[in-house]
Design a protein around this ligand. Structure first.
Ligand code: GLN
Length: 539
């Protein structure tokens, strides 16, 4: 079947939640029985998100096939419960890379290579390939950034071109309607202007998704209809809600799915969203709180706090908490606070459980180690993610095995006890400063030891989780650590000897993994490590 392409663009402001809107549109079409596949376009020149700082771009999403890409793909996976390959994140860097690669091989046969048509054709080719490879009926493409930016113009032009060439294309434009505080009124003008900018690129939106603090009312819908030439029925309220997973239901209440089908000349269909509805009900009925402390360091930019750096961890906590009828309350703790004054550790008294998430470099490390020590000594349920496991091993080596000054060589190259060290094959990579996409990445098999906490929570002998790291627990110290009571309950199958899960049997719940189990957590299927953490706070 010739696929349908739905382009989701944004106007007025960035960061208005286009990713959730895109995921929700895909979700309702999936619930109608269509094969959907979402794509995210990022207009920056980086080849992928792997080399970007978390405070720059938010968290990096790791795909099963080892991609380091934009976090919106994480929303898509969570909403759709699909495994989405890395090729579904297109960056301008990749587009130009391919165009130049072809040019160097003489692929353009003497032509002048230009933005139009060659760059646009490459975008078209990428999208068509995705449709072919996945046999999707709907390819839902989110164009990053805001319309009118210089950076993303080629993508609007490519979308327009695809329609010209006879592809079946639908345009959904997401706009923001601010409520001005001193007026108390929702304004449509910025939205109108963004539709005009879209018009200059030859695009008339089929649907307007109206983001705002409150639902858009009839008066303002009529205004948008008059000024933007989008019929009122296709102006959809996409207002703030909590939890975000309710959005597909809010959109379906407005019959968005069938309106899309009608616009494309398809027959209406019923949506199967029963399980999803039960989940939302369960969340809304939950009363008891669970307080989870996250000790991290990627929080501050300027005078603002950026929780985007840990968005997947946050979502994984929510899924697990909801599964146990708990409302999660997140306590953000900057590890540097503990370094300034150890008395600040008292803050941990108020948490039910502690998570030390992934990280890089030496910043905030000593604070994290202090927090881990506190959790270990005070029997606070603890989950260490990647760096979190490595630092738990450092803490255990120092304070239980008596290896004073033990460290990861990522932090201290000269440490007497390098209990965490580079993976052997990573040494050469770092010597060559070859940083892009060179970590141990993506889905890897973990073999789980019987009669351990890991085996109890996963309930099986092996599992695939996603990884993103250069360092590992130094195999030379494994014996000493185990003799002192640390249990390595998950090991790699392929790369002989990589310790992938570690735990302390005497503790209520103390477990860490070299993986990032947050990436496989789904609203209806919480990851067992997170689920176990919440359960430990209840027992
Ligand atoms: N910096 C550590 C490593 O590279 C941990 C990485 C992480 O937490 N993702 O191994």
């Amino acid at each position: 079947m010739q696929p349908f392409y739905i382009f989701v663009s944004g106007g007025v402001s960035s960061g208005i939640g286009k990713g959730i809107t895109t995921a929700s549109i895909a979700k309702i079409l999936q619930a109608k029985g269509f094969r959907v596949i979402p794509v995210k376009i990022d207009p920056y020149l980086n080849f992928d998100a792997g080399t970007m700082r978390p405070t720059e771009h938010g968290e990096v999403w790791v795909t099963e096939d080892g991609g380091e890409i934009d976090q919106d793909l994480g929303h898509y996976e969570r909403f759709l419960d699909l495994i989405i390959p890395k090729e579904n994140n297109i960056t301008t860097g990749q587009i130009y890379w391919n165009v130049l690669g072809r040019e160097r091989k003489g692929g353009y046969l003497g032509q002048t290579v230009e933005a139009i048509p060659h760059v646009i054709d490459e975008v078209y080719r990428r999208l068509r390939n995705i449709a072919d490879n996945t046999q999707a009926e709907f390819v839902i493409v989110e164009i990053g950034g805001t319309v009118g930016e210089y950076q993303n113009e080629i993508y609007f032009r490519a979308a327009r071109m695809m329609k010209t060439k006879g592809e079946r294309v639908l345009f959904v434009h997401t706009v923001y309607l601010p409520i001005l505080k001193h007026l108390g009124e929702m304004k449509t003008k910025p939205a109108q202007q963004s539709v005009e900018v879209l018009g200059k690129l030859g695009i008339q939106p089929d649907f307007l998704m109206c983001r705002g603090e409150k639902p858009i009312d009839e008066v303002r819908k009529r205004k948008l209809e008059t000024f933007c030439y989008v019929p009122k029925e296709r102006i959809i309220s996409d207002h703030d809600i909590e939890p975000i997973y309710e959005l597909p239901l809010i959109l379906e209440e407005q019959d968005l799915g069938n309106k899309i089908l009608k616009q494309l000349g398809l027959q209406p269909r019923e949506s199967k969203l029963d399980e999803w509805k039960s989940l939302i009900q369960k969340i809304k009925n939950s009363k008891e709180k669970v307080r989870i402390g996250i000790v991290g360091k990627y929080f501050d930019i300027g005078s603002f706090y950026l929780t985007d750096s840990y968005v997947t961890v946050l979502e994984a906590i929510k899924h697990a908490a909801w599964n146990n009828s708990r409302i999660p309350e997140i306590i953000w703790i900057d590890s540097k606070e503990f370094e300034k004054d150890e008395k600040n550790l008292q803050k941990l008294k108020s948490v039910d459980a502690l998570i030390v998430p992934g990280g890089f470099g030496e910043g905030g490390v000593e604070g994290k180690i202090l927090a881990i020590k506190y959790a270990r000594e005070n029997n606070i349920p603890f989950l260490g993610l990647c760096y979190g496991l490595q630092l738990a091993v450092v803490e255990f080596a120092r304070n239980v095995c008596g290896m004073k000054g033990a460290n990861s060589t990522e932090v201290d190259l000269m440490t007497k006890y390098p209990v965490v060290d580079l993976l052997p094959w990573q040494k050469k990579i770092l010597e060559e400063s070859n940083y892009g996409a060179t970590m141990r990445l993506g889905g890897q098999l973990i073999e789980i030891k019987k009669e351990t906490l890991a085996h109890k929570i996963y309930g099986k002998d092996s599992v695939i989780e996603r990884f993103r790291h250069r360092y590992e627990i130094n195999p030379e110290y494994v014996k000493t650590l185990e003799e002192n009571g640390f249990v390595f309950s998950g090991k790699s199958a392929k790369d002989e000897g990589i310790m992938q899960i570690g735990e302390l049997p005497k503790h209520n719940y103390f477990i860490g993994t070299q993986a990032h189990p947050e990436f496989t957590s789904r609203p209806l299927r919480p990851n067992p490590m997170f689920d176990g953490l919440i359960k430990a706070t209840i027992k």
